[in-house]
Structure formats: structure tokens, C-alpha cells
Design a protein around this ligand. Sequence first.
Ligand SMILES: [Zn+2]
Length: 131
Amino acid sequence: MYPDGQPEQKAPLNEQDAALLNQSIKEKWKPMRDEGGENRGCLDCPLCGEYRKILGSKPCEDCPIRAYTGEIWCQATPCHDYGLHQESKHPDDNRGRLVLGCKECETLCQKEIEFLGEVREWVSSGRKEIK
Ligand SMILES: [Zn+2]
């Protein structure tokens, strides 16, 4: 079955997921918070890139955020609240962009960073405790 006598060695899923969560924090949400960058939703989310299957029957299957919250499409996350806030308070020409000086934008962005950190801790600890 294994020509070399060894099964293929794969990186543990938890390590990959922790890396993706770190990437989302570092490359997406922190720049948004600090520079008022754009939120491109799934398009610039490393986790969506890996796990979201829009056309499949099981969206977000295996995504650690889904596993942590029990909800698909990040519906139980600060990111979702951020999207709602953007839609209601900031006009379409500013869609998704964090508005520097808007307390709610900054608060929700910060909450998302903390939330992603929580999920990262959870996967790093072997997903032992579901809160
Ligand atoms: Zn705002």
C-alpha cells in the first residue's frame, strides 16, 4: 500500500488551521484595524480560501471557525456583526472598508482579532474545550 513502507506524512490539521488563523489576523484584520483597510470578505480570508465551498452541499466543512461556533458563513462571529454594521452605517461606496474614527468599526474589528485568537488557541490545544 505504501511503496516506501511509510504512510504519507501530513501536517496535522490543527497546525495548518492555526497558521491560517494567524494569517487572517496578521494579513487581514490587523491591517484593517491599523490602516482602515478594505474587507473583501471571503475573497481575502485565508480560511474561506481553504474551506468555504460555495457550490458544495457542505459549506465551510472542516473550517475551524465553523467547528468552534457551530455556524456556517461566520454567522456567530464579530466579522458578521462587522458586515451588518457596514451595511447599516456606512454607504455602499465605502463598503467593507473600516472607517477610521468610527468607534463601532474599530471595536468590531478588534473583537474579530480577539475572536480569531481564541479559535487559534482552541485548535492549538487540540480542540479540547468547547466553550
Ligand atoms: Zn463604522
